[in-house]
Design a protein. Structure first.
Length: 127
């Protein structure tokens, strides 16, 4: 059975999407000296949804979306890192981008653009 098979006054309970946001984050190209790292924290204002759970999808440079709040990055053979999204408060979503240079020499990394979709879902009220 599908949810559309039920009438409005049915006992069928389902989660409900209560908000949807899309953010764009651009990291400028740069260089890292040997055995060094960079960390960037970018905050986005997001609507508070009491009792809701977030679903986060991340796309890098126009590629396909990945359902995750943590995504590994490998912009070149010696630089590795990640992007991680967390709610730091009811109204704030933080994107943390860390890039690390594992070689002994200075290495460059390209500019990266991330598209981040955050949807909040509220579970059915069973009480």
């Amino acid at each position: 059975m599908k949810p559309s098979d039920f009438i409005l006054n049915s006992d069928y309970m389902s989660i409900a999407q209560v908000s949807s946001n899309t953010f764009t984050l651009t990291i400028a190209a740069g260089s890292l000296t040997g055995q060094n790292y960079t960390e960037q924290n970018i905050d986005f204002t997001i609507r508070a949804q009491k009792g809701a759970s977030d679903r986060i999808m991340i796309s890098k440079d126009g590629g396909r979306y990945h359902l995750c709040s943590y995504r590994s990055l490998n912009p070149n053979t010696d630089i590795y890192g990640f992007i991680q999204l967390t709610r730091t408060s009811a109204n704030n979503m933080r994107a943390k981008v860390v890039l690390e240079n594992y070689s002994a020499s200075t290495e460059s990394y390209p500019a990266m653009t991330f598209s981040i979709k955050v949807s909040s879902f509220r579970p059915p009220n069973v009480f």
